[in-house]
Design a protein around this ligand. Structure first.
Ligand code: SF4
Length: 400
């Protein structure tokens, strides 16, 4: 079995906004304390739709990393890297493409959706069709067992799991696998070997899931097994071949409810965002100009918070006492809309203050960001190379 590992990436699409913070980055900051995490800039993914104008991708990538750091992603806890700087992603993508049925790619739900959404772009390209496969390579190359996803991205993880199964089934059957696995069982020592065989039998005859779990725990405990033998025994247990690529699991994350300035979900395409490091004057002006309940034409007109986008921001930034004040004040026309907006402005500025401060450090000294990325690239590359060694060997491409 491989170590627990979280992998998540983002396309560099310009300054991140508070929707990204509440939807993704806050979660990353939490996860980095719980698991080894790898967070990457998906710059090749940006090229799948931006192939005709790649200028700016590199700049956006660096800016995005500053936003991550500003939000509290800590490079001493998490590995921050850039996809294109770990070329093994491309190698695995290519090798997987040899065995991926075309139909699997065409049926990925976002393929047609995106083509329709971005109808002004010609997305009938090989790269765009293959981007789910590139995503799978991103995950599989780190043997990541925890991928944070929203409900709508689960099919991608399922797709990756199917690929890993297909790959292991096709290439995990090394010559003499059965004999090698039996030899590995002997290396467990007679007591543990008996227990292993018993658990294996229970799983294969009765599908007993608990037996698999116990056998996994047993194999993890054993110290003197080589990496190859351990993987053989994991595969032998479930009747498959050697496990080369790990089927990823996912961490279901709640979809961000972060509302934008117009009450719709905060999104760059709706033009309703506040960026992570937006300056105070601009934040104040944007919130002060937000639309309110249309019934409040004059200060003396009573309103209904449920019909007002500002109320949604109070759900994010205000405590119960403040919301109570807003509810009463709005319905009785006891407060004006600008009074009501002030606690939201204060809340956003308070949230942004430490982000701005952290970002300034990196803006003042760009070599810090360069070094963080270079260090992360190196760490990621080592992990990717481990997987590629096994992949090449399994596919008969080991010329060493
Ligand atoms: S008082 Fe507040 S909740 Fe009511 S309409 Fe004005 S801004 Fe919206």
């Amino acid at each position: 079995m491989y170590a627990e590992r979280v992998l998540s990436g983002m396309r560099p699409t310009g300054s991140l906004h508070l929707g990204h913070y509440h939807g993704v980055l806050k979660n990353w900051v939490k996860l980095q304390h719980e698991y080894p995490c790898l967070f990457f800039v998906a710059d090749w993914h940006a090229l799948t739709t931006q192939y005709d104008d790649p200028r700016g991708i590199e700049r956006s990538s660096r800016d995005m990393v500053i936003d991550w750091l500003a939000a509290g992603v800590d490079p001493s806890q998490a590995t921050i890297f850039v996809q294109s700087q770990v070329p093994e992603h491309a190698e695995l993508h290519l090798l997987l493409s040899m065995m991926t049925p075309l139909g699997w790619l065409e049926r990925v739900p976002t393929y047609k959706d995106q083509q329709e959404k971005l109808s002004t772009k010609d997305l009938t390209t090989y790269g765009f069709l293959g981007y789910p496969l590139l995503m799978s390579a991103d995950i599989l190359i780190y043997r990541a067992d925890k991928v944070p996803v929203g409900e709508d991205q689960i099919p991608h993880v399922e797709f990756t799991r199917e690929l890993a199964r297909r790959f292991n089934h096709m290439y995990g059957r090394e010559p003499g696998f059965e004999e090698k696995a039996k030899e590995a069982v002997k290396k467990l020592g007679s007591k543990k070997a008996r227990l292993y065989e018993d658990l294996r039998k229970r799983f294969q005859e009765r599908g007993d899931a608990e037996a698999v779990e116990r056998a996994h725990a047993l194999l993890e405990e054993v110290q003197n097994l080589s990496h190859a033998d351990r993987e053989r025994l994991f595969g032998y247990l479930e009747g498959s071949g050697k496990m080369i690529l790990v089927e990823p699991g996912y961490l279901l994350t709640e979809e961000s409810k972060m509302p934008g300035l117009d009450g719709q979900k905060m999104s760059k395409s709706y033009g309703n965002t506040i960026t992570l490091r937006e300056d105070a004057a601009s934040v104040t002006q944007k919130v002060r100009r937000m639309p309110t309940d249309p019934a409040r034409v004059r200060r003396t007109d009573a309103g209904d918070p449920e019909r007002c986008p500002v109320w949604q921001l109070h759900q994010v930034y205000s405590d119960d006492a403040c919301r109570e004040w807003v509810g009463q004040g709005c319905r009785s026309a006891g407060i004006g809309c600008l009074d009501c907006k002030q606690p939201v402005i204060d809340g956003i500025l308070k949230e942004q203050a430490p982000m701005r401060e952290r970002a300034q450090l990196y803006l003042d000294d760009p070599t810090l960001v360069r070094n963080i990325i270079a260090d992360g690239n190196e760490r990621a590359r080592k992990l990717a190379q481990e997987t590629m060694r096994d992949v090449r060997e399994a596919m008969g491409l080991d010329y060493s």
